[in-house]
Design a protein around this ligand. Structure first.
Ligand SMILES: CC(C)(COP(=O)(O)OP(=O)(O)OC[C@H]1O[C@@H](n2cnc3c(N)ncnc32)[C@H](O)[C@@H]1OP(=O)(O)O)[C@@H](O)C(=O)NCCC(=O)NCCS
Length: 146
């Protein structure tokens, strides 16, 4: 099990992070790192980090953080195909959950595209539960933090 850390992405290494890739059949579940960082440029609520495994770029996470609403949303989450199914996703998401909890959130939301190979079961293993809401075809999940 590699050591998993959340790291800041810099001007110097952003291109390395943009090379992260999911399997072709997973591309419908998540936008690329490059698109996500581009969107973050226009979204003051965006917070993102690289997910490193033993210091190597292995994944990417982006949140939407709106303390005034309040709303804390897991907006993008991906593990590069070479690092999947080795516990990196779980270790990273546990650290993200701790971060959101430290911000004072009482719940953490996300959503996923249903279908073959969907990340839904992964989120449910981490404690997220369906809210019953379907937003633009995506199943909305909630993790209670209180
Ligand atoms: C979903 C994703 C983040 C999981 O990351 P990962 O590093 O492979 O997950 P882990 O190895 O930490 O798995 C943790 C647990 O979830 C399970 N799991 C992971 N992906 C799963 C899937 N697609 N379906 C069912 N179970 C899954 C693992 O078997 C493991 O179970 P265990 O703890 O009982 O052994 C990764 O597959 C991914 O990036 N997928 C493509 C992009 C995507 O769908 N992102 C989410 C957008 S909403």
């Amino acid at each position: 099990m590699p050591q998993v850390t959340l790291v800041e992405i810099t001007r110097e290494d952003v291109r390395r992070w943009c090379r992260l890739a999911v399997a072709p059949e997973q591309e419908r579940f998540v936008a690329s790192v490059a698109v996500s960082i581009s969107e973050a440029h226009f979204a003051p609520e965006a917070w993102f980090r690289g997910i490193a495994a033993d210091g190597e770029p292995a994944g990417f996470v982006m949140l939407s953080v709106k303390p005034d609403v309040p709303e804390y949303y897991l907006w993008r989450f991906l593990i590069d195909r070479r690092f999947q199914r080795s516990g990196v996703g779980r270790a990273a998401l546990e650290q993200v959950i701790a971060h959101v909890r430290a911000l004072g959130a009482t719940e953490f939301l996300t959503s996923y595209v249903p279908g073959e190979g969907t990340p839904g079961p992964f989120y449910e293993k981490l404690g997220f539960a369906p809210t019953g809401v379907v937003d633009d075809g995506e199943i909305v999940l909630r993790l209670a933090l209180a």
